[in-house]
Design a protein around this ligand. Structure first.
Ligand code: NAD
Length: 475
């Protein structure tokens, strides 16, 4: 743990083990914080806020830019640690480190662009002006599936705005968080500006974050169920919250699209991070007239995806994070098959030689999926592509929007009018049009409905950490 500029070591606190999901080996340990450490971290952040909030954006930018440089200098070591701790293939881990570093770079610049405005008054003797100030101490909770970039995506805009932070990472990936905080330390952030607390049981920390009077804002990325729980705990204290929650992305392939091109793109994004991504397409709608060539190409590509330890450079499908994830995926697949889905690839967990304690599931392709199946309603978070055949645009829009989630959606069409029309009709926050990677530090990321509140990235991302102040003066 990193509190007030010090690494907490040699204490009487106990530790919890961190394991490699590819083989079950213990790769390290992290400290179990108690209430006292959370309190110390919040107090350190509160104290540091007094001076950090008064620094200039140019000073804050320097620390962020240095952290960006350090991340890039250490990118290979960070990627390797991520593969060992979280399981994704090394190349994907490296891409994530670079994506995360980009938030530090982008907010190093954006810190300088928090402009105010003047507003004309109806009274000739009055002037209005508006400016922005940091909200205060921020409590941040991050997930395991993107264990480095989710930290950068929260810390960068918060400290750019002039806030100070106490962060709790996921219990499966504290080592990536520790590596990131070593970078923040080396980058020269003053003591107390960023603080890290770790624990294997997150609930007591969440309760303190939501109720502590010094915490002004909670930013959370994780499941919708936990997000709702934390929002409920924060509500009596009227704390500001940002919530990046679960998804159930539809992907629509219209009859005028190239089915081979669409199958290539969607098979890439579906199996990214072994399907453990909030923007992973969970329901792939394909027009009946091109379903056969689409499925043939998709199936061929799934067949060519080696499963294994992400440290092996030829591996495309790493392990799932734990046994519970395997069980959830397998339940959805069995439920779909029992209700009439056709299994084209995979469909089972697999034990690999040398990785007997790993959590592997074969990349799976199901067609003829229907609304009665669990996979049509629930986030899968695993390597299963579920294909649904449709006939008309109206029908597919109704099906695509038939979910309480609203994070990402994708569509493939060569008809510009249709692209615009469908973009407007889809009730999702992020829409890829003939594109599978609609995310960047420069663009606002976030969901509608039960996928969350607020945005990360872009100018919207820094405003999550700013208050608006109005001045009205008689002249
Ligand atoms: P999770 O909700 O179980 O855990 C997320 C974080 O919350 C972890 O740090 C965990 O320790 C903590 N947590 C769990 N229970 C808590 C409690 N009672 N009080 C305080 N903290 C608590 O989710 P997960 O399994 O780690 O992550 C997967 C989920 O995250 C998926 O639903 C995925 O879609 C979502 N996600 C969303 C985004 C996004 O940007 N919208 C990005 C990545 C992941």
């Amino acid at each position: 743990m990193y509190i007030n500029g010090n690494w907490i070591e040699n204490t009487a606190l106990s530790h919890f083990a961190v394991t490699n999901p590819a083989n079950g080996e213990v790769i390290g340990e992290a400290l179990e914080c108690q209430e006292a450490e959370v309190e110390q971290a919040i107090q350190a952040a509160q104290q540091a806020f007094k001076t950090w909030s008064k620094t200039t954006a140019y000073q804050r930018s320097k620390c962020l830019y240095r952290a960006y440089e350090l991340m890039l200098e250490q990118k290979d070591a960070l990627a390797e640690l991520m593969t060992l701790e979280q399981g994704k293939p090394l190349k994907a881990a490296l891409n994530e480190v670079i994506y995360g570093a980009d938030f530090l770079l982008w907010y190093a610049e954006e810190a300088k662009r928090v402009y105010g405005e003047t507003i004309p008054s109806a009274r000739s003797d009055q002037r209005f002006w508006v400016n922005h100030k940091p909200v205060g101490v921020v409590a941040a909770i991050t997930p395991w599936n993107y264990p480095i970039s989710m930290i950068a995506r929260k810390i960068a805009p918060a400290v750019a705005a002039g806030c100070t932070v106490v962060l709790k990472p996921a219990e499966s990936t504290p080592l990536c968080a520790i590596a990131m905080f070593k970078i923040f330390e080396q980058a020269g952030f003053p003591a107390g500006v960023v603080n890290l607390v770790t624990a294997s049981n997150p609930a007591p920390i969440g309760t303190i974050f939501c109720a502590h009077p010094a915490v002004r804002k909670l930013t959370f990325t994780g499941s919708t169920a936990v997000g709702k729980h934390l929002a409920t705990l924060a509500a009596p204290h009227l704390k500001r919250v940002s919530m990046e929650l679960g998804g159930h992305a539809p992907a629509i392939v219209f009859e005028d699209a190239d089915p081979v091109h669409a199958a290539k793109g969607l098979s890439l994004v579906k199996f990214l991070n072994t399907g453990q991504a909030c923007i992973s397409p969970n329901r792939i709608f394909v027009h009946r007239s091109i379903a056969d060539p689409f499925l043939a190409e998709f199936s061929k590509r799934v067949d060519a995806m080696p499963v294994g330890d992400g440290m092996n450079p030829s591996v495309r499908i790493g392990p799932l994070i734990n046994q519970a994830a395997i069980d959830k995926v397998d339940t959805q697949v069995k439920d779909a098959i029992s209700k009439g889905a056709t299994l084209l690839n995979g469909g089972e967990a697999v034990i690999l030689e040398g990785c007997e304690k790993g959590h592997f599931y074969r990349p799976t392709l199901l067609s003829n999926v229907t609304p009665e199946m669990k996979i049509y309603r629930e986030e899968t978070f695993g390597p299963v592509a579920a294909v649904i055949i449709f006939d008309t645009e109206d029908e597919v829009l109704e099906m695509a929007n038939d979910t309480h989630y609203g994070l990402a959606a994708y569509l493939y069409t060569n008809n510009l009018s249709r692209a615009m029309r469908v973009f407007e009709a889809l009730e999702f926050g992020i829409i890829g049009i003939n594109d599978i990677n609609p995310t960047s530090a420069a663009a606002p990321f976030g969901g509608m409905q039960e996928s969350g509140l607020g945005r990360e990235g872009a100018k919207e991302g820094i405003f999550e950490y700013l208050e608006t102040k109005l001045g009205g003066v008689a002249i």
